[in-house]
Ligand binder design. Structure first.
Ligand SMILES: Nc1nc2c(ncn2[C@@H]2O[C@H](COP(=O)(O)OP(=O)(O)OP(=O)(O)O)[C@@H](O)[C@H]2O)c(=O)[nH]1
Length: 290
């Protein structure tokens, strides 16, 4: 996971300052040890472009120090940009001092090529981490971690994407509080997971989601009342049979189909009233939305 940090850690600050000191010493060594170029070109177009490259690479290195990255990515980027920044400084000094050929022609190029290759590899790894972090955030935003079914947001997205009308089952486990109270919360969690698996298995043609707590829903392509009642009753029986040996749990279901021009909220309200009737009339039953 990538995390933005607000400040440099002391260790990274020390590293960055040490690098700056190295750059200053390198520049001073040029000034002390090497003869000047009589027609210095530092402030020509080429020299200014090289100065700009130096500052851009230095700034990129600084930004790299300000975020939390996986260790290998951090090391590749830091070493890569550090070599690159040293080569950029040598390139700048080349405009004002006569450098030996091994430095101006070979040393500088070698440092830059190795630095760029390491930084590019680090950047490639960074793209992979970012894509994975994005996928993980997307999963957390749309799926319930306990049952691994979709959540409310996923439910709304799926409903919006289903053209041609839809049918809806709203399911609420019966007396689930007693499961928690008598067998414990962790058994309650296992029961919710098991119900999630039954729904996913039982409704391959629909989208089963956990709306929250012990409430589930299934979105289906639109069915007529007879088919919808049969479908919902099969789901109810599958839960009752699947849970017969575990907490003897049953489920009450409200089922409804969109009428022409009806929005999702209205269908939800109608179906929720049907679920309420199923509860009021004794639970472990299906009621169709009026
Ligand atoms: N184990 C577990 N329990 C949960 C979770 N979310 C909600 N609950 C429990 O679900 C129970 C819901 O209880 P109620 O709303 O009274 O419903 P009920 O006991 O199923 O009764 P009826 O719906 O009237 O049949 C509460 O005890 C909540 O603590 C969860 O993620 N895990």
């Amino acid at each position: 996971m990538l995390l933005a940090k607000t400040a440099l850690s002391p260790r990274r600050r020390r590293y960055f300052l040490a690098l700056l000191l190295t750059l200053v010493l390198l520049a001073l060594a040029h000034i002390w040890l090497l003869p000047p170029i009589t027609d210095g070109r530092l402030f020509g177009t080429g020299g200014l472009a090289e100065l700009l490259v130096l500052f851009i690479v230095l700034a990129t290195l600084l930004f790299t120090q300000m975020v939390t990255l996986p260790r290998h990515t951090y090391l590749l980027l830091t070493i890569g940009f550090s070599l690159w920044v040293v080569s950029a400084l040598i390139d700048v000094m080349d405009e004002v001092r006569v450098q030996p050929l091994w430095l101006s022609a070979y040393g500088e190029d070698l440092l830059r090529v190795i630095g760029m290759a390491l930084a590019a590899t680090g950047f490639y790894l960074l793209l992979g981490h970012t894509a994975r972090a994005h996928g993980e955030l997307d999963r957390l935003a749309h799926f319930d971690p306990l049952t691994e079914l979709g959540n409310r947001r996923y439910f709304a997205q799926m409903a919006a994407s289903m053209a041609g009308g839809l049918s809806l089952l709203l399911l609420d486990l019966d007396h689930f509080k007693q499961v928690n109270d008598s067998l414990g919360h962790s058994v309650g969690d296992e029961v919710l997971k098991a119900v999630g698996q039954i729904l996913a298995r039982q409704c391959p043609d629909g989208h089963a989601v956990r709306l929250g707590g012990e409430e589930f829903a299934v979105l289906l392509p639109k069915l007529d009342d007879l088919a919808l009642r049969r479908y919902a009753d099969n789901v109810r029986q599958a839960v009752a049979q699947g849970m017969a040996n575990r907490a003897a749990l049953t489920v009450s279901i409200g089922a409804g189909s969109q009428v022409l021009g009806e929005d999702l909220d209205t269908l939800l309200r109608r179906t929720d009233r049907a679920l309420y009737r199923a509860k009021a009339q004794g639970r472990n039953r299906v009621e169709l939305a009026a």
